[in-house]
Ligand binder design. Structure first.
Ligand code: ADP
Ligand code: MG
Length: 290
C-alpha cells in the first residue's frame, strides 16, 4: 500500500470521526478482546449537577454549600465544576481560600479562615474512619448519584450529591460490542455503588470501581494477562498512563490534552459509538492487505 491508499483511508477515518495518531495500533484494532471504558466524561457526559444537599451537625444548607463552593473553585475536576455551578446559580460568595491541596482520586483540602476544609469521597471517609448517615448515603448512591462529604477540621459538615448523565450513544456501543463478543469493562475512581448502577444500566460485563489514578494502568496490565488484546478509552489526565499501557489507547476528543497526546486514536466528535468505526475500518483494511 502506497501513500495514496494511506491518505484515502485517513480521509475515510476522518469522516467516521476518527483521528489516527498511530496507524500500526489502529490497524490491529480487529484483534481487540476487551475494551476498558473510563466512566466520567467517557460513558457519561462528565457534566455533574448538584441534586441533594444534606447538612449535619447544625450547619445550614447555605453554609455547607459555601464551604464546598469556596474550595472547589480551586479544582477543575467535573465534581468541582458541578459544585461551582450550583454556588454561582445561588449567588454564593466564596470565602478566602489558601493552602489548596489535591488529594488525587479522593478529593481535596484547603484552608478557610484558619480551618481545614476537606471535600472527599465515601472511600476516603471510610479510610479515615469518619462516620456519616449511611442510610441517606445509601439512598443517594442507589439512585446512581456521586456523593461527596464536606469536613471542617475533621468534623462532618454534610454531604452533597451530584448526578451525571449517561450518554445516549453509550447504550448502543456497549450493546454492539457485547454482540461482537468483545468484553466490556468499566474502570472508575467513583464509588462502587454508582459504578455498578451505571454498569448495570449499560450492560457492561465487568465493573472495576474506586480505582486510584495511579492504579489505572496496572489494572490494564492485569487485563492484558493471558495474551488478551486490550483497548482503553478515556478522557482524563488520570487515564493517560492506562491509555499508554493498553494495546490500543483511545481518547475522547473533548478530553484533556495529555489523554489526546497519549492515545493512538482520538474520537473527534467525543462520541464513544465511533469506536465501532475503528473496529470496522481495521477489519476492512485487514481484508485489503491479505
Ligand atoms: P474518575 O475515575 O471518575 O475520573 P477520579 O479518580 O478523578 O474519578 O475521582 C475519584 C473520586 O475522588 C471522585 O468520585 C470523588 O469522590 C473524589 N474526588 C476527586 N476530585 C474531587 C473534587 N475536586 N472534589 C470532591 N471529590 C473529588
Ligand atoms: Mg474521566
Amino acid at each position: 500500500a502506497g501513500p495514496l491508499v494511506t491518505s484515502r483511508s485517513t480521509s475515510i477515518a476522518a469522516k467516521k470521526g476518527l483521528l489516527i495518531r498511530n496507524r500500526t495500533q489502529f490497524e490491529s484494532a480487529w484483534k481487540v478482546d476487551r475494551i476498558v471504558f473510563d466512566k466520567t466524561g467517557t460513558l457519561t457526559e462528565g457534566n455533574f449537577g448538584v441534586t441533594d444537599i444534606h447538612p449535619s451537625n447544625g450547619v445550614s444548607e447555605e453554609e455547607l454549600l459555601k464551604l464546598a463552593y469556596s474550595v472547589e473553585t480551586q479544582s477543575d475536576h467535573p465534581i468541582a465544576k458541578g459544585i461551582v455551578k450550583e454556588g454561582k446559580e445561588r449567588n454564593i460568595e466564596s470565602y478566602n481560600v489558601t493552602d489548596y491541596k489535591n488529594l488525587t482520586g479522593k478529593g481535596l483540602t484547603a484552608n478557610v479562615n484558619g480551618s481545614e476544609i476537606a471535600v472527599i469521597s465515601p472511600g476516603a471517609m471510610r479510610a479515615n474512619k469518619i462516620s456519616f448517615d449511611e442510610k441517606t448515603y445509601e439512598k443517594l448512591a442507589q439512585q446512581g448519584k456521586t456523593v461527596v462529604f464536606v469536613l471542617k477540621d475533621n468534623v462532618l459538615q454534610g454531604m452533597i450529591a451530584l448526578a451525571d448523565i449517561i450518554r445516549e450513544s453509550s447504550y448502543t456501543v456497549i450493546k454492539e460490542l457485547n454482540d461482537l463478543g468483545i468484553e466490556t469493562v468499566m474502570m472508575t475512581g467513583d464509588n462502587s455503588r454508582v459504578a455498578n448502577y451505571v454498569g448495570e444500566k449499560l450492560g457492561i460485563s465487568k465493573v472495576i470501581a474506586e480505582v486510584l489514578p495511579h492504579e489505572k494502568s496496572n489494572n490494564v496490565k492485569h487485563l492484558k494477562q493471558g495474551g488478551k488484546k486490550v483497548a482503553m478509552i478515556g478522557d482524563g489526565i488520570n487515564d493517560a498512563p492506562a491509555l499508554a499501557e493498553a494495546d490500543l489507547g483511545i481518547a475522547i476528543g473533548a478530553g484533556t490534552d495529555v489523554a489526546i497526546e497519549t492515545a493512538d486514536v482520538v474520537l473527534v466528535n467525543s462520541n464513544p459509538v465511533d469506536i465501532l468505526n475503528i473496529i470496522k475500518l481495521s477489519k476492512a483494511s485487514r481484508r485489503k492487505m491479505v
